[in-house]
Every structure is written in C-alpha cells, then in structure tokens.
Design a binder for this molecule. Structure first.
Ligand code: MN3
Length: 248
C-alpha cells in the first residue's frame, strides 16, 4: 500500500515537473471557454484558469499568485461584506449593482464601486491572459483593423492609455452590441459596467500587477503583456458581446 502510494506520489511529482509545458500546450489547444456569466452574491473568487506560471516570463508566478489570491480575494471579501446587510442590493447580479450604483444606499456605494468593480475587472482579466499573444484572428481582427487601423495601431494607442493612467487603473477596449470597439483608460477599479458598457479586454496597470518584476517600468510591463493575451478567449468575448450574452 505504502509502495503504491509512494509510486503515485513520485508519478505526481514527475507530472508536476513536466506539466507546465504540457498544460500550456493543452491550454492553447483547448476551446476558448471564458466565463461570460453574470456574478451574484455570495461572490466567490474564481480560480485562475491556468497555473500561476502560465504567464512567465512576461508576468512572474509570484505576482500572479499575490494578485489573484490576495488582491482579487480582498475585493470579493469586501464586496460581500458591503452588501450582506442590504438584501435588496445583495439580490442584484453584479452588473446591475454597478449599473445602478447611484441608486444604492449611500453608505455602501463607494465599497460596491471599488470592490464590485475590482471583482468584475479581475474576473475578466485572468481569462484574457494565459496564452501566447501573437496576431489576433477571426472577427475581432477585422474589428480591430476597422476601428483602430491595425493591430499595431491598437497596441500603440492602448499602451499610451496604460502609461497615461496617472496612478492606479486600467487600459481597456470596450465593445458595444454592434461589435464596435473603443479604447478607454479607467481610474482605480472603475468598471465600464458602471456606465452599462462591456469590456472586450483590459490590462491592469495598478502597481500590484507588475511591481515585483518591473518596479517603476510600467512601459516594459505594458509591452510584455501582449505576449500572454488570449485571442481565442477575446474572440469568444467579442462574439458574446455581439450576441448580447457578455455579462462581465
Ligand atoms: Mn489588480
């Protein structure tokens, strides 16, 4: 029995040693299945859809781990704490909480804006990474060329927005129901869902997203980020936006 257990553990250990490459290849081959559903109370931290090493070397594993396990987890915990004594608010899906932020009790408005926005933003963020970047394909490539001129032009404008965001915030590409794309920087955790808009993809330019590896070099992080973005997932989000089924 012990021998079998030990053998199983050795095999598991060997698998873990070779797994990152295999899992990475598998993740690329797998069909894109981003979570497009709305979120509701009690909110839970979604697991990372890949190992913390999946975005190495562009984003280091320790940053991924702290960012997900500590920062995103805190937004979830704080959002739950904010709405738990407000059953009418807690009954709303997250998109409604954010879209109706001005109608929420004043005492929890800021907490929902910051932590609900943080939960929505990071839920999107994890799913649009974990791959190998490269040129976009499919319908989203045509939309990028139509609305930004080219992929190179999009990257230039997007990175400029990422660098121009004073302090903490995001650079995001929005998508409307007709498939039209637009670029927007957002401060803090302000989600475009506050304005009833939908995010196609976005990059987190809070220092917690890059400081361990890049310190003050936000430009280097912004440039490297494109190496891990997941075009199949972004294409699926695009299709969902046009179909009206993209929630978060
Ligand atoms: Mn963050």
């Amino acid at each position: 029995m012990l021998t079998i257990l030990r053998r199983a553990m050795l095999l598991a250990g060997a698998a873990a040693t070779v797994a990152p490459g295999i899992r990475r290849a598998a993740a690329q081959a797998a069909p894109a299945t981003p979570d497009l559903r709305d979120l509701s109370y009690p909110f839970v931290l979604p697991p990372l859809p890949y190992p913390t090493t999946a975005n190495e070397p562009s984003i280091d594993a320790v940053t991924m781990e702290i960012h997900h396990d500590k920062h995103h987890a805190a937004y979830v915990a704080n959002l739950n704490a904010a709405v738990k004594d407000h059953p009418q608010v807690a009954a709303m899906p997250l998109t409604t909480m954010l879209a109706k932020i001005g109608e929420l009790p004043e005492g929890i408005r800021g907490a929902v804006r910051n932590n609900g926005g943080g939960h929505a933003n990071h839920t999107m963020f994890w799913t649009v990474m974990g791959s190998t970047g490269g040129e976009p394909g499919g319908d989203v490539a045509a939309a990028i060329n139509r609305d930004f001129g080219s992929y190179a032009d999009l990257k230039t404008s997007f990175n400029k927005a990422a660098l121009g965001q004073f302090g903490s915030g995001w650079a995001m590409v929005l998508v409307d129901g007709s498939g039209k794309l637009s670029l927007t920087p957002r401060p803090n955790q302000d989600s475009p869902l506050l304005d009833g808009k939908r995010v196609l993809f976005g990059n987190d330019v809070w220092e917690h997203a890059y400081y361990l590896k890049y310190q003050n070099r936000r430009a280097d992080y912004a440039a490297a980020w494109w190496n891990v973005i997941n075009w199949p997932v972004i294409n699926a989000r695009y299709q969902a936006a046009v179909a009206g089924t993209l929630a978060i």
